[in-house]
Design a binder for this molecule. Structure first.
Ligand SMILES: [Zn+2]
Ligand SMILES: [Zn+2]
Length: 371
């Protein structure tokens, strides 16, 4: 540990100057600094709205986590008053055009051979040597006939306080990549304990210290290298390639998954009284609140899951009452998202969703600006 106070303002300025948009973290933690009461989900003054279009961001506030990420040195100086108010530095990987391979090394039960590398046959003998994400990555590289990128310094490599690795790569031109969690067996995954931080994700910048330790650069590289073709191929095979960069920008939100897709698919275009644009508004509203529930899964330190699920259910209740979505579809989308964020809280989720939907259904929800 370095003596003295690290200057987090200069750290943030350095990362921003290299083209990596930054935003501040809670001192000692790895969750974003909370936004203003109107934008903060845990606040009683919270008003559900689309993060990407929040006026706070235009006013230079840090509301909405990675949506606030900036390259502007003036804002950086304001957000990190010298030497930085203890606020760690996070980088929004999507707009930074980074694809970060997050290699976890958590002790835990190794899943069955079929779940170690989804879509690739792993023999029982190969599975025997697997203890953590580092072994899974070595196995994947070996199956592809490539050198292990975690050895031999393939690119800028950062050691995390939990002894995991962040391998930073730049996205090839005209490509954008989805984020994913390697433990998520229900969605896309490159491999067990191999997360992808790209569009809709963020990483803690090296030089930041949390309560568990410091993120430190290892090896010779000071800049990320181009995502190797074989790894791009593996990410494409596992569903991480976004259709087009333009689409990626529009959907640059926390890990999209089946729940949001379900909400989109089932929102009734127009709705009972929706008229033109009501369907799109309802889909956006549904997407936003589902995204907020999924966000809880990305912030295990944060509490407030039940409040967020409750608010989401309340909003969905209003959409159901207005005829934008069926109650069954709302229930499915909410439960799917709630359990993605907190897999072990099924009975709590069911109770919160039932009461939230009922409370929300007392007032039909329509676009405020609807004619
Ligand atoms: Zn705000
Ligand atoms: Zn806002």
């Amino acid at each position: 540990m370095t003596p003295g106070t690290p200057n987090l303002q200069s750290l943030a300025l350095r990362h921003a100057a290299r083209g990596f948009p930054v935003f501040p973290l809670v001192p000692g933690g790895k969750t974003p600094l909370p936004g203003c009461p109107r934008c903060r989900r845990s606040s009683p003054a919270y008003e559900p709205h689309d993060s990407a279009q929040c006026p706070c961001l235009l006013q230079g506030r840090w509301c909405h986590g990675f949506y606030a990420a900036t390259l502007d040195p003036g804002l950086v100086r304001r957000w990190w008053p010298e030497p930085g108010a203890g606020r760690g530095v996070a980088i929004a990987t999507g707009p930074a055009r980074l694809v970060v391979l997050d290699v976890d090394r958590h002790p835990g039960t190794v899943p069955g051979a079929d779940r170690i590398l989804p879509g690739r046959p792993v023999t029982a003998a190969q599975a025997t040597g697997v203890r953590d994400g580092l072994d899974v990555l070595r196995l994947l590289a070996g199956l592809c006939g490539e050198p292990d990128p975690a050895q031999g310094a393939a690119t800028l490599t950062v050691r995390t306080p939990s002894n995991g690795l962040h391998l930073w790569f730049t996205a090839p031109a005209f490509t954008s990549w989805r984020s994913s969690a390697g433990g998520d067996h229900r969605g896309r995954s490159l491999g067990w304990q191999l997360d992808i931080r790209a569009s809709g994700g963020y990483i803690v910048a090296p030089g930041t210290t949390t309560a568990s330790g410091t993120y430190t650069v290892l090896g010779p590289h000071r800049h990320p290298q181009l995502l190797p073709t074989w790894l791009a191929g593996e990410l494409t095979r596992t569903g991480h390639l976004l259709d087009t960069p333009a689409r990626a920008e529009r959907t640059d939100r926390p890990v999209p998954n089946r729940a949001a897709a379900a909400a989109r698919a089932t929102a009734v275009p127009g709705g009972r009284r929706g008229g033109a644009g009501g369907g799109a508004w309802a889909r956006r509203t549904a997407d936003t609140v589902i995204g907020q529930v999924l966000d809880c899964g990305r912030a295990p330190e944060g509490t407030g899951w039940s409040a967020v699920v409750n608010r989401a259910a309340f909003t969905f209740g209003g959409l159901v009452a207005a005829g934008h979505i069926s109650e069954a579809a709302a229930h499915t989308a909410l439960l799917d998202a709630a359990l993605t964020a907190r897999p072990h809280r099924r009975s709590a989720a069911l109770g919160i969703i039932r009461s939230g939907l009922a409370a929300g259904a007392r007032r039909a929800l329509h676009p405020k600006d609807e004619r």
